[in-house]
Write a protein that binds this ligand. Structure first.
Ligand SMILES: Nc1nc2c(ncn2[C@@H]2O[C@H](COP(=O)(O)OP(=O)(O)OP(=O)(O)O)[C@@H](O)[C@H]2O)c(=O)[nH]1
Ligand SMILES: [Mg+2]
Length: 318
């Protein structure tokens, strides 16, 4: 970033960032937790736009994603991470490695747990991991809308963990929005004075192409079953904009012929359903008409190969 005038900074070739007022706060907040606890749902709610895909299937998120919330007082940059779990293959290892890097590189860790069930070994494993770093930690109890009469016992199981590590706690529902204003306030309290890192109206650092690929993958997660979802990687091959329509061509990579068969479905019905649902989502993203063409390709063992993972857009750290 280079200084242009006293009150503006050059962010990219076209975008200028205003200089923040003297009492402005900013910083990076890592959203960490087990798979499926609602990390991506939370980030989408906080920034007010769907930038990360979500699904009832564990291990939905694959890359660290930034979501940006700018208020008059502060700029909060959320880093959504893949759920931390015991890895079984190279992709799993890359995902967990990415989450660990996030813990070290942020100003605050928001450790999210699913408060519709009690604290489990997966949470304790992460507690141990995050407590080894010097980054300040807040424990966030999510899904309180699902809490039943057992709420007290459930809360106590998490409070015990928080007291042990002297962590602040906060309860909320990423889905209903309950408690999120308080969460925002608490996070701002933890941040230091700082500049705008991004233009105030930007909500993510991800290019549109990446989100398009994710929206296609989301429909695959929602519409197919069993081993297919985790064997899929989507590559956007082409985006052509005309004045009336945006043409998107994408390839869905799978590992086996059988998965290709499931994805295409009888007479192409499955691929058609995925395509039309994804097209609607992409239309919302770009606020315009979309023509989506999908291809399915077998790439044996892409999850085992670090080179293929990098080619498919995963951050593979040495
Ligand atoms: N009832 C309820 N459901 C929620 C809440 N937050 C998230 N969910 C649901 O929980 C499921 C998982 O949400 P995600 O946001 O994909 O979870 P994640 O932690 O990002 O999962 P990974 O990316 O796999 O690590 C989805 O079906 C969400 O709709 C909540 O506050 N209440
Ligand atoms: Mg996620």
């Amino acid at each position: 970033m280079s200084s242009i005038e006293n009150d503006m900074y050059l962010f990219s070739e076209e975008v200028m960032i205003p200089k923040a007022p003297p009492d402005f706060k900013s910083g990076f907040i890592g959203i960490i937790g087990r798979p499926n606890v609602g990390k991506s749902t939370l980030m989408n709610q906080l920034v007010g736009q769907k930038i990360a895909i979500t699904s009832p299937v564990a291990q939905t998120t694959r890359n660290r994603l930034r979501g940006i919330l700018t208020t008059p007082k502060a700029q909060l940059i959320f880093v959504d991470t893949p759920g931390i779990h015991k890895p079984h293959h190279q992709l799993g290892e890359v995902l967990v490695q990415n989450a660990k890097i996030a813990i070290e590189s942020v100003d605050v860790v928001l450790f999210v747990v699913d408060a519709s069930t009690s604290c489990g070994t997966g949470d304790l494993y992460i507690a141990d991991l995050v407590s080894r770093s010097d980054t300040p930690i807040i424990l966030g109890l999510n899904k309180i809308d699902l809490q039943s009469e057992k709420a007290k016992a459930i809360d106590a199981s998490y409070m015990q963990m928080a007291e042990l590590h002297k962590w602040q706690t906060i309860k909320f529902s990423a889905q209903s929005g309950q408690g999120l204003v308080e969460l925002q306030e608490k996070l701002i309290e933890k941040l230091d004075l700082g500049p705008y890192y991004y233009p105030p109206d930007l909500v993510t650092d991800q290019p549109e192409r990446f989100i398009m690929g994710e929206l296609i993958r989301e429909q695959i997660l929602l519409l197919t079953r069993e081993e297919v979802p985790h064997s899929v990687a989507v590559a956007i091959d082409k985006v052509e904009e005309t004045t009336t329509i945006t043409r998107v061509i994408a390839t869905i990579n799978v590992e086996r012929d059988s998965q290709k068969g499931i994805l295409i479905g009888k007479g192409g019905t499955m691929l058609k359903s995925i395509g039309s649902a994804a097209r609607e989502q992409i239309q919302k993203l770009i606020a315009g008409k979309v023509y989506l063409e999908l291809f399915v390709k077998v790439q044996p063992k892409w999850r085992q190969s670090r080179i293929r993972l990098a080619e498919l857009g995963y951050r593979v750290e040495e």
